[in-house]
Design a protein around this ligand. Structure first.
Ligand code: MRU
Length: 347
């Protein structure tokens, strides 16, 4: 059963254990890795996905790299870790949590003196990051739960749940915390083509947690809002820049635009590790994925041969469409440049 007690990614006996999310919802399979290159492949091929989950996976990748290293000096070990950091970093470009996790581990590695001490520091820090992720999600959930009312029907897009984090989730963490606070809520999950994180992961995760969840095709977002089937939206994020522009799964912008049209509050839930306070919105790289994700569903071909495909994995939602950004430090409200700065000052 996928619930907040099940770990999406975990460090156990000097191995990284992950749920293979490409097999869901049909099979719950765990994979074990002892080589950081395997972790890099897992991130690239979406065995593990979701911004916080890949941040922690990157950190665990470096922990494996430290164990794999034959270095006898600090300099050699740091050089081995740098090589691994580059390979892990280049797996996916949009979610900033990956860079955050890798940088955090490299900083702690550089603070050590001996090879043995650095290895221990790196392993402990990556394990702490995983534990912190769960606590942060629970705090964020509580902060967000006050924005939702009894009998709300909440729409969510993609999967920002336990499966996108170490456990509990960001957007789905807010939904979980709302229910834990005694309110009765229903959920509408969008299918989220082309990779169907909504139907394969969110619908699966919520159904197994006993939520009243309905699945809709992405094309039914407008219908659902126009017909009063939904009264709030909450999604996760892969990167939020200081101006409040939110990068999240492709289609989020359409959901937010439609929510604005129907005066439905549109919330984003993300930890501070998802904020990029340096880049401008225009400089964020949107990952483009292979066309075969669009020209077929599973093994079934659904488009003519040799068709041109445009397959961006993420889009940008501008701040004017967002009612609030829920974090572990509180809820940022417009104007975002000011309120986001305050969240970091409080940190
Ligand atoms: O391509 P994915 O599945 O990694 O994209 C995931 C998303 O866009 C999520 O909404 C986002 O990472 C938030 S996860 C808490």
């Amino acid at each position: 059963m996928i619930d907040s007690s099940l770990r999406t990614v975990e460090w156990k006996d000097n191995k990284v254990i992950m749920i293979d999310q490409t097999k869901l919802p049909n099979q719950l399979v765990f994979v074990e890795y002892t080589d950081y290159n395997q972790v890099a492949d897992a991130i690239r091929t979406l065995v593990v996905r979701g911004a916080p989950a890949i941040g922690v996976s990157g950190a665990f990748g470096l922990a494996l790299a430290s164990l794999q290293s034959k270095a006898t000096t600090k300099e050699q070990l740091i050089s081995d870790l740098e090589k691994a950091r580059k390979i892990l970093y280049e797996t996916r470009p949009t979610a900033v949590n990956l860079k955050w996790g890798l940088d955090k581990i490299m900083n702690i590695a550089n603070s050590g003196n001996t090879v043995e001490q650095i290895k221990q520091l790196v392993i402990n820090e990556s394990k702490n990051m995983a534990e912190d992720d769960i606590q942060i999600n629970k705090t964020m959930g509580k902060n967000g739960s006050v924005l939702f009312d009894n009998n709300d029907t909440i729409m969510t897009h993609c999967n920002a749940g336990a499966l996108a984090t170490v456990a509990y989730g960001t957007a789905l963490g807010v939904i979980r915390a709302t229910r834990e606070s005694g309110k009765n809520v229903k959920v509408i999950a969008t299918e989220t083509r082309p990779i169907q994180q909504g139907s394969r992961l969110t619908a699966f995760e919520l159904k197994h947690d006993g939520f009243d969840v309905s699945l809709i095709p992405d094309t039914a977002v407008g219908y659902s809002m126009a017909n009063g089937l939904v009264n709030k939206v909450v999604v996760g994020a892969d990167r939020i820049v200081r101006t409040g522009h939110v990068f999240n799964k492709i289609g989020t912008y359409q959901v937010a635009t439609m929510a604005k049209q129907h005066k439905i509050p549109f919330y984003v839930a993300a930890p501070l590790s998802t904020f990029d306070m340096i880049s401008d919105a225009k400089d964020v790289i949107i990952e483009m994925r292979k066309g075969t994700e669009v020209t077929g569903i599973g093994d079934k071909k659904t488009a003519p041969d040799d068709i041109n495909v445009i397959n961006p994995a993420f889009d940008m939602t501008p701040p004017e469409l967002i009612s609030g950004i829920i974090t572990e430090k509180g809820v940022a409200k417009p104007p975002y440049e000011e309120s986001i700065k305050k969240l970091f000052e409080a940190n």
